[in-house]
Design a protein around this ligand. Structure first.
Ligand code: ADP
Ligand code: MG
Length: 242
């Protein structure tokens, strides 16, 4: 069954760039209410999976289901509307916009869906929740790398998601700052939002995740509890590049 308790499921998903299959017949499901780690060596297809399920890349084969409904080939804005938001590996915000302005755009757009996150109904509440309260009126160009990471999460929360995909949300952060962002991710989860997190820091995966999915060369290599998966011989070999 594609989705008993699954918030997101892909079935036999294939995505190709010319002759290269970045995803090659991947089937997996993401359980509602959990934090799922999506890991795998560089180039294994993690970002491609996120880009595809969020409607930004065309599917060559297979199905994507969100809340059990088929969203294969749907436009990105429709998928956001259906409850899935994502952040980007490389944050891109216009430097001359303020934090308030960046959050206002998705909030306006997500108007009808705001009931999904009643405590986070306006830009000020979302900024405060993400630790950006004091920076509300500041220009994005003045923000630190860590605050840009927070803003990336805040902007996704402004879409009122019930599933949030985080593509390397801690890349480039110091240990201390990554611990803070981990705290934010926990708080997001406590709002009832299911989370998929792409992360190469294993301490983040073991600390935050209920379950882990491993990709290698565009294929599903392993899935299960973090401790079990990280001890798996095939997973270890994939990371050693054998
Ligand atoms: P990961 O996020 O796991 O590091 P990606 O999903 O970014 O991996 O990439 C998977 C494979 O697809 C890699 O071989 C990568 O070079 C290739 N790829 C990704 N995006 C593109 C693109 N826009 N055009 C061509 N090849 C791409
Ligand atoms: Mg990537």
């Amino acid at each position: 069954q594609p989705s008993g308790g699954a918030i997101l499921a892909v079935e036999d998903l294939t995505v190709a760039f010319g002759g290269l299959k970045a995803l090659d017949g991947v089937s997996l499901s993401i359980a509602a209410g959990e934090i799922t780690g999506l890991i795998g060596p560089n180039g294994s297809g993690k970002s491609t999976l996120v880009n595809t399920v969020s409607g930004q890349l065309p599917v060559r084969g297979g199905r994507i289901r969100l809340h059990g409904g088929d969203v294969t080939g749907r436009r990105p804005d429709r998928i956001v509307r259906a409850g899935m938001a994502r952040t980007y590996q490389i944050p891109r915000v216009p430097p001359t916009l303020t934090v308030e302005e960046v959050l206002s755009v998705p909030l306006l757009y997500a108007g009808r869906d705001r009931h999904r996150l009643p405590g986070l109904g306006d830009a000020a509440a979302i900024a405060a929740f993400c630790g950006l309260g004091p920076l509300f009126r500041r220009h994005c160009g003045d923000l630190s790398v860590t605050d840009l990471r927070r803003l990336e999460i805040a902007r996704a929360l402004a879409c009122a998601p019930d599933l949030l995909l985080l593509d390397e949300a801690m890349a480039g952060l110091s240990h201390e700052d990554s611990v803070e962002v981990m705290g934010l991710i926990r708080n997001v989860h406590e709002q009832g939002i299911s989370i998929v997190i792409i992360e190469h820091l294993m301490r983040v995966i073991t600390t935050l995740c209920h379950r882990v999915v491993v990709l290698n060369n565009g294929r599903l290599l392993a899935e299960g509890a973090p401790a079990t998966v990280l001890a798996d011989q095939a997973v270890r070999e994939a990371y050693l590049g054998k």
